[in-house]
Design a binder for this molecule. Structure first.
Ligand SMILES: *Cc1c(COP(=O)(O)O)cnc(C)c1O
Length: 370
């Protein structure tokens, strides 16, 4: 989709390119890694900002049949765009009031508490039909899922006729991106105990990082998110995934300034020699976090151009002294994400993680799907 053409003007302020062929390759890479288990796709937060509809239909064509979102509203939006044979799961659980809409649309809740179990069983009873669900257990993250002390009650509930078909059980790893963390083995061992208590159900366990912790973490269904989109599944290791996203931003103005010139809000940068500066058309409202002020960089033809001064809402000032005069002019593009700068590079400079950069990339860029 080309907004510029559609809206009848050229010269977008930035171009966010999403390579669906690479997304498909990343899916196949992960599916091969977890085989004979299967790979689901986590498409919450609009597929980490890349567009849940486009991403999901691409992955469906690659054989993916299990799609996870976080919020019920995300499921409502995505469901009409998914083929019937795909199943959509809501990780954050069943909120009171969602039951009827979930049943009508065939959205499957992840049951995270006994309360949610009772809600779903009474919906089954009221509607006089069996309802599918996933059961999530907390294996040591204290975020979502049934705590250990509720497992005995659950065992009893499962022995009675509940009207619920449990499709699988799941849990989530808190430190999967750190292969040296002892928490991984603790959670895996806890999941093994749970599997012993509920041997009748298949298991869904690993996120992106978990997939690269080895076979013991794979189970029947893995739930990768970030790795599909090209993010590194493991911190401090070579990234086995290919980058899906690139971002190029347009220069809107250039200037040459003498030594001692104040740059940007608060004059946090003052030039120490004659310098050439460019203002580019993206800022913190476009997901280039303010913490990149005076720290990050962009690239042009492989040349690093540092961010100088504070990141503004809609623009950033960069030092282009390293580019030959006339090499950058209004309309020229600089690389924010691409061959010279990964998501992880930007995340490091911003003091955050690739997930936050990816999900924060704003809606003012022209999106190009390849
Ligand atoms: C977000 C999420 C995932 C995906 O995690 P990645 O690290 O992006 O692979 C998987 N499972 C749950 C429960 C999640 O919340």
């Amino acid at each position: 989709m080309n907004h510029a053409t559609e809206e009848g003007f050229g010269g977008a302020s930035g171009y966010l390119t999403i390579d669906l062929a690479i997304l498909a390759r990343n899916y196949q890479r992960l599916a091969a890694e977890v085989a004979p288990g299967r790979a689901a796709a986590v498409v919450k937060a609009d597929a980490y900002g890349l567009g849940a509809e486009r991403v999901s239909s691409t992955l469906y064509a690659e054989g993916c049949r299990h799609f996870f979102v976080a919020h019920f509203v995300e499921a409502l939006r995505l469901k009409p765009h998914l083929p019937e044979e795909a199943t959509l799961f809501v990780l954050n659980g069943l909120q009171p009031g969602n039951e009827t809409a979930a049943v009508e649309r065939g959205i499957v809740p992840v049951i995270n508490t006994l309360e949610q179990w009772y809600q779903w069983t009474s919906a089954a009873e009221v509607l006089g039909r069996r309802l599918p669900a996933v059961l999530q257990f907390d294996t040591g993250m204290s975020r979502l899922g049934l705590p250990p002390e509720d497992r005995a009650t659950l065992t009893g509930l499962l022995e009675a006729e509940s009207g619920i078909d449990v499709l699988f059980i799941m849990s989530h790893l808190a430190s999967a991106d750190d292969i040296d963390s002892g928490q991984n083995e603790d959670q895996r061992a806890e999941m093994e105990r749970i599997t012993g208590e509920f041997p009748q159900f298949p298991v869904c366990f690993a996120n992106s990082g978990g997939i690269f912790l080895g076979k013991a973490y794979h189970s029947v269904l893995a739930r990768p998110g970030i790795a599909l989109y090209g993010g590194a599944p493991t911190v401090g290791q070579a990234n086995p995934m290919e980058p899906v996203v690139s971002l190029d931003v347009a220069v809107v103005q250039t200037r040459t300034v003498p030594s001692g010139t104040r740059v940007g809000y608060g004059a946090t940068h003052v030039t120490t020699g004659k310098a050439r500066l460019a203002t580019i058309a993206a800022g913190y409202a476009d997901g280039l976090l303010r913490s990149l002020s005076g720290r990050g960089a962009v690239y042009h033809d492989g040349v690093r151009l540092p961010i100088v001064g504070r990141v503004s809402m809609d623009s950033i000032i960069i030092d282009i002294s390293a580019v030959p005069e006339g090499g950058l002019a209004p309309g020229s593009l600089v690389e924010v994400l691409g061959p010279h700068q990964t998501l992880e590079d930007v995340a490091r400079d911003a003091g955050t993680i690739a997930y936050e950069i990816l999900t924060g990339l704003g809606h003012r860029y022209e999106r190009r799907y390849r």
